[in-house]
Design a protein around this ligand. Sequence first.
Ligand code: BEZ
Ligand code: FE
Length: 290
Amino acid sequence: MTRYFTEENSAETVISRFASCPDPRFRQVMESAVRHLHAFVKEVEPSPEEWRQAIDFLTATGQKCDDRRQEWILLSDTLGVSMLLETINHRARDGRTEATVLGPFHVDGVGVREMGYDICRDGKGEPCLVSGRVADAEGRPIEGAVLDVWQTNGAGRYDVQQPGEQPPMNMRGKFVTGADGRYWFRTTKPVSYPVPTDGPVGRMLDATGRHAWRPAHIHFIVTAGGFEPVVTHIFVRGDPYLESDAVFGVKESLIVPFVLEEDGGDGPEAGGGPPAWTAEFDFTLAPAAR
Ligand code: BEZ
Ligand code: FE
């Protein structure tokens, strides 16, 4: 057995250098990364030009990042890694609402609104009433649950993608449930939209023959004292991209029928009014791990 690096012993030779790593978890991560990387190179046998291309792609991915753009997360999203992590870390249990990707367009500091508030501030899109209940696994309503909600405008763009063009905090709001656990707010029917394609990830999607579209959805973060928060979306039933979401975010339990109601949807506020789409979705939270 040689003490020097060979094609056969490559991974083990590198891994042996981690023997003095003081953090066992970090050592496990590094060993696994090296084992998988070496197996990848042995399977693919990249030429020097191909390796250069790979390095250029990764470099460009980092260079595309700034305070408002995170191309690395977009790469993780479009390779299904974000969803795999999300699924492993929030395994479905106790009937709690399934989680999906946060995405890059969440904004902190959105104000709490009255129930029934219309989060659409630019008048684009088709009116929609979204309502439901937040409850625990036994169906008991949760009072004081906070629903942080955001979506694109009717043209399929988030306010932060069009600063100066859309009103600030357009299509965003926070709602707090009362004793009955119910929530309702007005918005517009969500539309499908493409993830940003003006960077290396867009070129990767193009080169692999993939589209960039996400099916229409509304984002939610639902939090309540004593319960695990849930980061999720609801999706519009019938959307053409449900089975080919560019970031693999769809879970069957999150697909909701959006129904056009001629009287505006009576919803919990029983207001009626001009025709509107209506959607109902109940959230189930699991107790926080102690
Ligand atoms: C989003 O739904 O906002 C999103 C998620 C992942 C990547 C890009 C956008
Ligand atoms: Fe989104």
